[in-house]
Design a protein around this ligand. Structure first.
Ligand code: SAM
Length: 268
């Protein structure tokens, strides 16, 4: 597997990421959910943490009436694509910022809202980052995490499948890669001192040829291929809770569910 994090630092791959993101159905579904969870009221300051090419910053900025969206990302190539898009069609009030989420270049208490989309699973130090988010939020400010999630663990077999998935992903994506369950994300938020934590799910049911439109789809298929070599009960549980696939010639047919969670908390 090619490391996801590396590709964010390459300009042509960042452009390709943006091209796919622009036509993605799940983003169309997630955007109103994100706007609702953010509860923006008027000309607020919003932090888009790990903003990438600004595909969520844009609808959030369009929703603000006179506020600002600060898009922080450590990958200059992704921010450069955001700026190229901004030149073609301005993202109102968008301020790109280069930097790592672990050490924010911001003063305490400056943001009304914050969100991070499709990035938590890349963060090496999530607890530290969440505490940083709390520091830069105003009292009563809200923070929304959007990320793919694994289903809740019912028993030890579910936990073993979850661990194996993350182990396989880590081989190709670096030691920090981690897909959480919704409950894990809620725990991360409360652990960092957020309160009134609540979650919404966006379930994508697929029955299609190929992985087009599934977040990290190509890599999920690689994971499923490796799980086929694991113990039969692991494979069965994976197919029951995640997805199954059949290969005919060069076509892969996929049937199952992929879930994204929007988990929000308030600063206290
Ligand atoms: C899958 S992209 C998501 C981008 C954007 N939020 C979106 O929804 O399109 C993940 C982004 O997280 C950024 N990222 C990962 N770890 C980071 C960190 N520690 N600090 C800042 N950015 C980070 C990457 O550079 C990349 O742009």
């Amino acid at each position: 597997m090619e490391s996801d994090k590396k590709r964010f630092h390459d300009h042509s791959q960042a452009r390709e990421y943006d091209r796919k993101a622009a036509g993605s159905d799940f983003r169309v579904r997630l955007t109103p959910m994100l706007l609702e969870a953010l509860e923006i009221r008027g000309p607020e300051w919003v932090l888009d943490l790990a903003a990438g090419t600004g595909r969520f910053a844009r609808p959030v900025a369009n929703h603000l009436e006179g506020g600002r969206v600060v898009g922080l990302d450590e990958a200059l190539a992704m921010l450069r694509v955001a700026l190229e898009q901004n030149e073609k069609e301005p993202i109102p009030g968008f301020l790109p910022a280069a930097g790592a989420a672990e050490t924010f270049p911001f003063r305490a208490g400056v943001f009304d809202r914050a969100f991070t989309a499709l990035a938590l699973h890349h963060f090496g130090h999530p607890s530290l980052i969440l505490r940083e988010v709390r520091r830069v939020l105003k009292p009563d400010g809200s923070f929304v995490i959007v990320d793919p999630v694994v289903p809740p663990a019912r028993d030890s077999l579910d936990k073993a499948v979850h661990e194996l998935i993350n182990e396989i992903f880590r081989h190709g994506h670096g030691e920090h890669f981690h897909y959480y369950s919704t409950a894990d994300i809620e725990e991360l938020l409360t652990g960092a001192g957020f309160r009134a934590v609540r979650s919404n799910l966006c379930v994508m049911s697929v029955d299609q040829d190929g992985m087009e439109g599934v977040p990290t789809g190509r890599h999920w298929l690689e994971v499923a291929e490796q799980i086929r070599q694991a113990a039969p009960e692991m494979r069965r549980r994976f197919e029951e809770k995640y997805f199954r696939y059949e290969k005919k010639d060069d076509i892969v047919h996929v049937r199952g569910n992929f879930t994204l969670a929007l988990v929000s908390g308030r600063n206290q």
